[in-house]
Structure formats: structure tokens, C-alpha cells
Design a protein around this ligand. Structure first.
Ligand code: IMP
Length: 422
């Protein structure tokens, strides 16, 4: 497939990093088109573990080009840290990385306000990653944001920054936070700007030229469908369009040039941060945490875990238009005697086969389950569909059918080789 959009079908953390890494082999360019350093894509190569926050996972293959496109929000200081960290581990980062000049910049006041606002909300907090994502997209929508192109021009940046620090310091003070020093922010950001300058370019033009030259692109979605600002479980969402449509607006590659949408979903459900999660289940959480799994790659927080929720993934298939599906973490369920799959919700006497939009309804949803017998054997070393235990095959067939889409990839562990295609 020429241009593929990869999207998380749940609340993020679906194991996208690994699937992207596998698919990168057959792509020329890997594009990040939304989100920021709130993402944490984990890739294991041999015995080495890499966690990427802003740089596309394609960076781990030296012959691929990685693009951080216009829809991403970039914290320059953290991006420089990520680049330097990769270089120290002998990963090539040079002409193979391009950064959009129109991407918005995450500033220290965004991070400060992110933390203060969530804290002020008390029990209604969102549980953000505190990476400044919401306030940066807020400034973008309010048309007061600073972009990479501003950062690249020292005089323009210094001038614009003055007004922004003044205005935001007033809010920070009013909310009981510590105001920022204009001089320090300027110095830190100018230092990062100088290091990023060689990478910053017009990525829309680059992507179109590459596309016309027949290059294949992989759009690396960050977060997941239900964290989407429009289609997610608002207000417990992130501030970007995480659904497939976001790949077009966030990169400048038009929708009709996209050939395929791949939905990535875990064989069960997880969520980190606040917000409703109908299939949350303590026994499933204990099982997975006990295996040392399901701790956030960005914040280290324990994720809530529960049974597979096909109401969610069906909705995801609808808004993203999944052609193909990848199921990850199948091995996490290897020891279960019985597996439960949520097929609908009940709220009082009402049955929902689609996700209710009312957040109170969603919070009160009682899942209606269909049960499946477990396979109770290790799948970690399975590399072929036919070698999977029959109950595992039946389970996978059921969850993909309930979701809608062709099952294309199964992942049975964190390593590159623990993956097979159908
Ligand atoms: P923010 O994106 O930091 O504003 O956080 C908003 C919500 O999205 C919180 O519930 C976060 O836990 C969640 N979130 C943001 N990024 C990710 C991610 O990459 N994986 C999973 N959850 C995320």
C-alpha cells in the first residue's frame, strides 16, 4: 500500500510504536501529524528498548525519512534532548529528519498552565501528561501561538515572546504558580532553535514532491481514537485530532492520496488518565500489572485495564474507516480461563450499541458481555496464524468481526520478531 494511516482504536497505548516499526520496513517516509511529547512509542530492537516521544519511530531504520509535520506541537528543548539521546545510542539523526516550519511550539508557560489548570479542576481533572499539549493547541486555535518559523528568526521570536510571557505570567500568578523569566525562556529556546535549524523546512512541499516521486508514506498516529478532541470521550481527551482525518490536516497530504487505514487495538482495553472506561476490571488490571505490563511510557502511571470493548472499536472503525486491523498484546491474555468481550452497554433500561455521547451515560454504562474460552498456553513464540491455539484464533476472529475490518497483523510480544502478518 502506498500511503497508510495508522491509528489507535482505543485510548492510546495500543502498541502502535511496534507496529509502526514493523511497517516502516515497507515505507519510505514516516510522518507524525498530530500530538506532541505526550506520546510515548516504545520499540524494542534486539535487546535495546527505545521510547520515542516526538520523533517518528522510523528513525530507528537509517534509510527512512522521518517528518514531524505541521499538526504536531513541538517542545524544542525536549526534541533536542530526544535527538541527542538517539545520537548517543548511535542512531543516525541528520538529513533523515525534517521538521515543519508551521508546527506550533510548546512553551514553558504551556506546561506550567497545563499542570495548574488540571490541579485547579480537583476531582474533575483530566489527568493530562503535563506536557503543555492542551494550552499549546489552545493558543493555536486562539491564533496567538508561536510556530517553528518564528523560533527560527531570533529577533521575531524575542519580540513575540515578550508579549506572550507577559500575558501568561499574569495567569500563572493568578493561579498561584511561579512566573517565568523571559530572559531564561529566551536563552533556552534560542539555544534549542540553533540546534534544530538544520531540520526545519517546508514539509508540505517535501511530502508532495516525495509523493509525486512514488515514495510510500506511513502516517504514525499518536494517542488513540477516544482521545480525539472531536470524537473522543470529551472532555477526557487530548487536544488534537487523533483520528485518521487528522493525518491529512496535520500533514497537508490530501485525503484522496491516502490508500489505507490500519487500526491498531490491544486484545484487551486500557486507559491512562481520568475519564470513563466501561470495561475496567480490577482482576484484569492486577493480572497485567502483575506481569509488569501497562505502565505508561511517558509518565510511568499505571494504566487501568479491562476486557476488550467492541462498542468502542466498532465506533473507531466507523470514524476512521479501518481497512485493516492489527491486534497487539494477545499474549497478555494467555493465562485467562475465560475472556469477556463487551458487545453493548446498558444504562438503566436503555441499550447502547454505539458509544453514548453524554458523558454521564458513558460513566454509568454497564457492559453486556459475551464470553469466550481462553487458550491457556503461551503464544509468545507463535509466528503463524495456523499455529495459534484454536481458542485464540476464535477470539481474534470474534473481536475483529465485532469491530469491522480485516485482521492483518497479530503481535504476541514486544519484540520486532514477535509479530506475524495474515
Ligand atoms: P494531554 O494529551 O497531556 O493533554 O492528556 C489528555 C489525556 O490524554 C490524558 O488522559 C492523558 O493520559 C491522555 N494521553 C495523552 N497522550 C497519551 C498517549 O500517548 N497515550 C495514552 N494516553 C494519552
Amino acid at each position: 500500500m502506498a500511503n497508510t494511516i495508522l491509528v489507535g482504536a482505543q485510548w492510546g497505548d495500543e502498541g502502535k510504536g511496534k507496529i509502526i516499526d514493523v511497517l516502516t520496513e515497507t515505507s519510505d517516509i514516516v510522518v507524525r501529524s498530530q500530538g506532541g511529547a505526550n506520546a510515548g512509542h516504545t520499540v524494542i530492537v534486539g535487546d535495546e528498548k527505545f521510547v520515542l516521544h516526538l520523533i517518528p519511530s522510523g528513525i530507528l531504520r537509517p534509510d527512512k525519512v522521518c517528518v514531524i509535520a505541521n499538526g504536531v506541537v513541538i517542545d524544542p528543548v525536549s526534541l533536542v534532548g530526544e535527538i541527542e539521546g538517539l545520537k548517543q545510542r548511535k542512531i543516525k539523526v541528520g538529513k533523515n529528519l525534517l521538521i515543519s516550519e508551521t508546527a506550533h511550539v510548546v512553551m514553558p508557560y504551556h506546561r506550567e498552565l497545563d499542570g495548574l489548570r488540571d490541579h485547579k479542576k480537583g476531582k474533575n481533572k483530566i489527568g493530562t501528561t503535563k506536557r503543555g499539549i492542551g494550552p499549546t493547541y489552545g493558543d493555536k486555535a486562539a491564533r496567538v501561538g508561536l510556530r517553528m518559523i518564528d523560533l527560527m528568526d531570533p529577533d521575531r521570536f524575542a519580540e513575540k515572546l515578550k508579549g506572550r510571557v507577559r500575558e501568561n505570567n499574569a495567569v500563572i500568578k493568578a493561579w498561584g504558580g511561579t512566573p517565568l523569566s523571559y530572559k531564561k525562556v529566551l536563552a533556552d529556546y534560542q539555544e534549542a532553535a540553533a540546534k534544530l535549524k538544520p531540520f526545519v523546512t517546508n514539509t508540505v512541499v517535501y511530502l508532495h514532491e516525495a509523493m509525486n516521486a512514488g515514495k510510500r508514506m506511513l502516517f504514525e498516529g499518536a494517542q488513540g481514537t477516544f482521545l480525539d478532541i472531536d470524537h473522543g470521550t470529551y472532555p477526557y481527551v487530548t487536544s488534537s485530532n487523533t483520528v485518521a482525518g487528522g493525518a491529512s490536516t496535520g500533514s497537508g497530504v490530501p485525503p484522496h492520496r491516502m490508500d489505507n487505514v490500519l487500526g491498531v487495538m490491544k486484545a484487551y482495553t486500557t486507559r491512562v488518565g481520568e475519564g470513563p472506561m466501561p470495561t475496567h476490571n480490577d482482576a484484569v488490571s492486577d493480572l497485567l500489572h502483575g506481569m509488569g505490563r501497562e505502565f505508561g511510557a511517558t509518565t510511568g502511571r499505571a494504566r487501568r485495564c479491562g476486557w476488550f470493548d467492541s462498542v468502542l472499536t466498532r465506533h473507531a472503525a466507523m470514524v476512521n474507516g479501518f481497512d485493516d486491523l492489527a491486534v497487539t498484546n494477545l499474549d497478555g491474555l494467555d493465562t485467562c480461563e475465560t475472556l469477556r468481550v463487551c458487545v453493548a452497554y446498558k444504562v438503566g433500561r436503555k441499550t447502547f450499541e454505539h458509544l453514548p455521547n453524554d458523558k454521564d451515560d458513558l460513566a454509568n454504562c454497564v457492559p453486556i458481555y459475551q464470553d469466550f474460552p481462553g487458550w491457556r498456553s503461551s503464544t509468545e513464540n507463535v509466528r503463524e496464524w495456523k499455529k495459534l491455539p484454536v481458542n485464540a484464533r476464535n477470539y481474534l476472529k470474534a473481536i475483529t468481526q465485532l469491530t469491522g475490518g480485516r485482521l492483518k497483523i497479530v503481535s504476541v510480544g514486544p519484540k520486532r520478531e514477535q509479530t506475524f502478518m495474515l
